[in-house]
Design a protein around this ligand. Sequence first.
Ligand SMILES: Nc1ncnc2c1ncn2[C@@H]1O[C@H](COP(=O)(O)OP(=O)(O)OP(=O)(O)O)[C@@H](O)[C@H]1O
Length: 768
Amino acid sequence: MGVEQHPDYEKEIEWLDFTKQYMKIVIKASESNEENFRENLKGALEGVDFKDSSFNYINMLTNSNLLRRTNEEVRNLKRNEKKPYFARINFKRDETGLEEILYFGKVSLFDKETQQPIIVDWRSQIANLYYDGRLGEVSYKAEGEEYEGYLSLKRQYIIDDGELEEIRDVDLTTTDELLQKSLSESASNRLTDIVSTIQEEQNNIIRADLNKPIIVQGAAGSGKTTIALHRISYFIYTYAEYFSPDQLMILAPNRLFIDYISEVLPELGVDNILQTTLVDFVKKCISKPIKLLSPEMKLLGFINGDFKDPDMVRWVAKFKGSFEFRDILDHYSEDILQTLLPEDDFFVSKFRLYKARDLRHLITHEYRYLPYYKRIEKVKKILQNTVRLEKKKMLHKVTSFYDDKLDKVLFKTKIDPEKRRSYVIKAMDKKEALIEEITKQSRTAVNAYIKKLPNHDLFYYYKKLVTDQELFAMYASDLLTEEQIQFFCHYETKLHLEKSYEQEDLAALLYLQSKLFGIKKELKARNVVIDEAQDYSYFQLIALKSALETDMFTIVGDLAQGIHSYRGINDWTPVLEEIFPRATYKTLQKSYRTTIEIMNAANELLKLLQLELPLVEPVVRHGEQPVFHKINGSEKNTITDLTKEIEDLYADGMKTIAIIGKTNKECSKLAKAFKKYSELPIQLLKENEEINKEEVVIVSSHLSKGLEFDAVIIYSNEEKFTENEIEIKLLYVSMTRPLHRLLFFGTDLSNFILHKVNRDLYIENPPH
Ligand SMILES: Nc1ncnc2c1ncn2[C@@H]1O[C@H](COP(=O)(O)OP(=O)(O)OP(=O)(O)O)[C@@H](O)[C@H]1O
């Protein structure tokens, strides 16, 4: 049915025009100053013949101030001018018996005259009726109250460039056609907002209790990243009065990923959120540059078999992210605190101004909420204050003591005058000397006292623990074998000789930093979103929670994509039970990204992983089966075949295409060959780069995590994906990147473990 045939077409067009004009007026009113407001308004209203009396020119003028909005609101209105809303409901409230027609969009707009909503924000509570509600008797909650009523209509719109293109009425029987349509569109190299097609299971996560942390285990393509960002938008909307966006932080796996998600938040009406990586965040917290080995080095080391003793290297990585290592650091820092406790009473000259016992009490009890070195700063301040207050008193005491003595001597009659003279001189000298001593020590005693306490930096403490075998054994001998202790300290000594740290050290560094020195106030986000959280270690999550002093985390991840599982999380239970006990736990099993055919093949790999995760359910969207192409000719022939395939994909409407190789080495070689034998524009993607839409992207499997493309070619010439946990996961990640088409180019089926995949699920060597 064409949009014009819809029975409500005329009414809908009228409402859309009205909404667009109202938006325009509000924008103009807000942008203009008093002098040119009238002129602008005239312009805005030109040719508009509103039936509604509240829209006449005079009314608009008198309401000009009411129409004004903050800059941010205007920005949001402008962003949505061309697509003011995406859905509508008809809801008859039991309370009033009146039917309300509500239009939902990404920004709210009210008729200032009547206070009636023109557009209702998708984040409002009543929008739940659109996302969750079936037609019929429904209810929604707002501010603790439950409102009941009858939902008689759920309608979706496609509005493009301000023009109404489609109207769809959703009832119980129709599948969500809008979702189908939006999923069949092509990837733009940037994540988009999904406000018009958020599914019920996703809506439950976006709106789950905002006062609690949340952990989401979601299948590849289930919308984890998208939903985490929509939850931020919902959070900001709900707590606009208490939170400003700069108190939120998103931790992404790399800068490439940040670029990938960067445009969604402004689209959702949220600006100014700190988007960073764990590495960059920790570097800022410890406020000293460190040489950090590339986070992927170890992964590649395992893949390439670079380690002499891979099991032990894997063990060190795992251990540094464990609860046990946290316990060791706890004990170690308790002992550091003991070294910071003063042993001597604090004196200025002969006056004892503070007992060591009292200072120790301050440090261990009164200031226990502070990092250790901050406690010492406090003590220093207290001593300085005490000295300031006591100085006069001390001077007075000394003066009056000697003055008394002098008085007595001077008025004593039976004393030899010579003796008296010498006594007086001595007493005067003593008095002078003491006054001088008090005055001088009042300036220096505090510093001298504090100087007696140790004063080391973070790196000194960390290095000492992990490289001094005797010291380390003191804390670790109950937990580790002698061989492990030896290997660990040897491994760390080697790293420290090169003045290097590795990704796995970030947890300990951040944890110690927060315990000993604290982190700057401006870095203390009050709410944190972690994407790809399966690659974090338990200790990294603990360290973040401890450093930021909040448990308000949104954690999304997929254990099946845990390519760093040697150091990362293999099970959410300890995270839930021991780190975020208040957290809500949710799962997402449906994949929205890819087709049934591609997901069926990827699910076969999931089976090989033997994780306790259910298989992924693709939403009903069919496409072509994955295809395997054997390469056996020269490099030139391979590139010619690939180029031809890519041209066909472009011809089929694919806009973004990636070739994924197992490692950077394979990718670099392929990129070089393309340069030599093909005209196709190619981008060999690096971690800190932005994706160029116009080019075919060549990217290594670990870096492709989180990204998506219309079509993906997985390429394996020299490097096969072998059947071990990490490589199966790398292949699984690569296979779940495409929206529409998946191809394998390799020397053998087994390069992609396809010999273990049901033969009916892919096509082998189709004729070109
Ligand atoms: N309700 C929805 N409506 C339309 N598109 C959706 C919906 N949910 C998810 N998508 C789309 O599915 C794709 C996958 O989403 P996203 O990247 O957020 O998933 P993910 O779980 O983070 O994936 P992965 O773990 O594989 O990186 C995106 O293109 C997203 O826009």
